[in-house]
Ligand binder design. Sequence first.
Ligand code: SF4
Ligand SMILES: [Zn+2]
Length: 265
Amino acid sequence: MEIEVKSKDENEIVFIIRDAEVPFINAIRRIAMMEVPKLAIEDVNIVQNDSAMFNEVLAHRLGLTPLVSNLDAIDGMEMAYECDCEDYCPRCSVSFTLNKTGPGVIYSKDLVSTDSTIKPVYDTIPLLKLKENQNVELEAVAKIGLGKEHAKWMPTTVCAYKQYPKITFNEDSEVNYDLADVCPRNILKSDKRSKVLKVQNIENCSMCKACMRADENNYIDISFEPENFIFKIETDGSIPPEEVLSKACDVLNEKTDKFITFSKN
Ligand code: SF4
Ligand SMILES: [Zn+2]
């Protein structure tokens, strides 16, 4: 198997995997979304909330606020359900406090963490609005969890693959230059001088087949390479995308080890 990184930034990675099979790629996709642990606010103790927002809605908003959960930040922490404490402790959780008086908008940066490395990823997520003299005071406890338990623990906002597109032309048919105008993604370019239809940036082809439908002479054929894939992982900023990928591979490894041990016994 070969992997080629096409683009990478803080929150997004796009790569091509060659010589692989759908079940393997799909296992990585599902594990990256559902079984890579991250921190999210789970318990909220509200002391006072004078705002127009119901306590439940405020707690839900806090739960969906992305928190820094990269490997360094959560190193040594345990999953909440594996910890032997009664409710929560520093081994399995991080506490935040919020105490503000209006008027004004309360942002994610107003959450004060007990751990200097663990804080909201973005400072400017609006949480609620307070009118003059309205007060909000609460303690929020973040715990490590998995996306399969609740969407707030999903590190990925996009985690998808497609098979590598394949565009072929029927040399026996007449070149149909009009197909270049049909393609919504500018994949096809008519080159009347050299009497061909050129393909550019094939990885961007969505395989919508609009060109095939418009082609009465069966000049173009759209298919895919069954063993090659374009994979994209975008995260909410809590974990870098390459860490999500590497953790997903570790989890898959553990699962296969368990399966092998089980089948031997
Ligand atoms: S399948 Fe769709 S995106 Fe791909 S070349 Fe044809 S029209 Fe363009
Ligand atoms: Zn604990």
